[in-house]
Design a protein around this ligand. Structure first.
Ligand code: FES
Length: 418
């Protein structure tokens, strides 16, 4: 009787072991990328292109249509025998990859030029040449260098917008208004996201801030092609050094510039990727708009919650405050409850999580924006007590200082000037 069981006579791990001895790119299980080309996009950004090995292609490209716009990879780079890991956003989509200019390809990529013709096996990232690893990737790593890589991952995708709309499936069933805001190299994940959003018939607006002239906007040809193909796509490129490019006369993201877009903000999902200043400006602007007496904003509380932002790296604070996480509960159990006094309001509460969450659990509302340590809207003064920053692990002094309530937990009783 057939049972469906088929013993794996030769274990994949064994094949991998032998294969990797024969050639470092071969693996059935470990995703690897081989550097095949580079192209300078402007003074701030270099496109770096790879081909995936069998394991990467099988797991990241062939299954379920491949990765989603906005996702990233975690690349392992070895420099002088030291291992470094960096997250990089993927440019474009698996079926619509970003192509480098052929003339530049030919000069740098003669050995592997046949690979760029394969639509299903190109991975592109765009890097600001700054710092040890990024400088190595953009300037020094020889073509043909092989890197270990994670599979594409990350929540900065259209699916997250779906979850944020009260659990409804409205992004997949009804065209929606989507606003993408990027600054500098924050443009990188937007090409895949926007291409995907337009293919789903959503109305898309891109607001991009940089110090570059319009002609040097990354992926300019792609944006223009999208604009030609989709009448529901609008973009505004703002060169912060050129007043002619400003939106409503300002080089900054502001209340006026957001309102000038004429979007139904209360029903618009806002994806943002850029500097802390850009995020802080966005949160400030939506907070001000929310506080204005505007008839169009019937559900005023939802405006700030429409923001979805990209952030790599340390998510430890999320583990510490997510009640659904197993790690969370362990983390909380390890921390004793402390009493937090709000001097101005004459209120107090006991907590072993972040000051912001602790206050909310006690029914006390404090100011906040991103809840991730970025926007600074939760910043307040601590009069006394010791707190720990769960992003950096830094323990504060016992004295007067400015802290962010969303990423600090109390290590002793604490007095806040609130
Ligand atoms: S809420 Fe944004 S930094 Fe704390």
């Amino acid at each position: 009787m057939a049972t469906g069981y088929r013993p794996e006579i030769i274990q994949r791990a064994f094949v991998d072991f032998i294969g990797s001895r024969l050639h470092p790119f071969w693996s059935l299980t470990r995703p690897k990328l081989r550097l095949i080309a580079r192209q300078v996009l402007n003074d701030d950004l270099v496109a770096v292109q790879f081909e995936g090995n069998h394991a990467f292609k099988r797991q990241a490209l062939d299954s379920d249509g491949g990765w989603h716009g906005g996702q990233h990879i975690n690349l392992t780079v070895v420099i002088d025998a030291i291992y470094h890991q960096r997250y990089y956003s993927l440019v474009g989509l698996p079926k619509q990859p970003f192509y480098l200019q052929s003339d530049i390809d030919n000069s740098e990529n003669s050995e592997n030029s046949e690979n760029k013709q394969s639509q299903s096996n190109i991975v592109t990232i765009a890097i600001k040449p700054q710092g040890l690893v990024s400088n190595y990737l953009t300037q020094q790593a020889p073509l043909g260098t092989i890197f270990d890589s994670s599979l594409p991952d990350g929540d900065f995708t259209l699916a997250q917008a779906k979850l944020d709309t009260q659990g409804a499936n409205h992004l997949s069933s009804t065209p929606s208004s989507l606003l993408f805001i990027a600054g500098g190299s924050g443009i990188t994940p937007m090409l895949g996201l926007i291409t995907q959003a337009l293919s789903q018939s959503h109305t898309v607006t891109l607001l991009y801030y940089s110090r570059m002239p319009l002609a040097e906007t990354p992926f300019l040809k792609h944006w223009q092609q999208l604009k030609d193909s989709y009448p529901n796509f609008t973009y505004h490129f703002i060169d912060t050094e050129d007043p002619d490019s400003y939106l409503v006369g300002t080089r900054h993201l502001s209340v006026e510039s957001l309102l000038a877009l004429n979007l139904p903000l209360e029903n618009t999902q806002i994806f943002v990727c850029g500097s802390q200043a850009l995020l802080a400006g966005l949160y400030d602007a939506v907070q001000t708009i929310t506080s204005l007496d505007m008839d169009s904003l019937k559900d005023k509380c939802s405006l700030r919650d429409n923001i979805i932002f990209e952030r790599f790296g340390n998510l430890s604070h999320e583990l510490a405050i997510d009640d659904n996480s197993h790690n969370t509960d362990n983390a909380k159990d390890d921390i004793a409850k402390q009493t937090v006094y709000l001097r101005g309001r004459q209120r107090q509460f006991d907590t072993n999580t972040t000051l912001l969450i602790g206050a909310e659990q006690a029914g006390i509302t404090l100011s906040y924006g991103c809840r991730q340590g970025i926007c600074q809207l939760c910043r307040c003064n601590k009069a006394s007590g010791v707190v720990k920053n769960i992003e950096t692990g830094k323990i504060s002094s016992n004295g007067y200082e400015s802290i962010q309530t969303c990423i600090n937990i109390a290590m002793t009783d604490v007095v806040l000037d609130i």
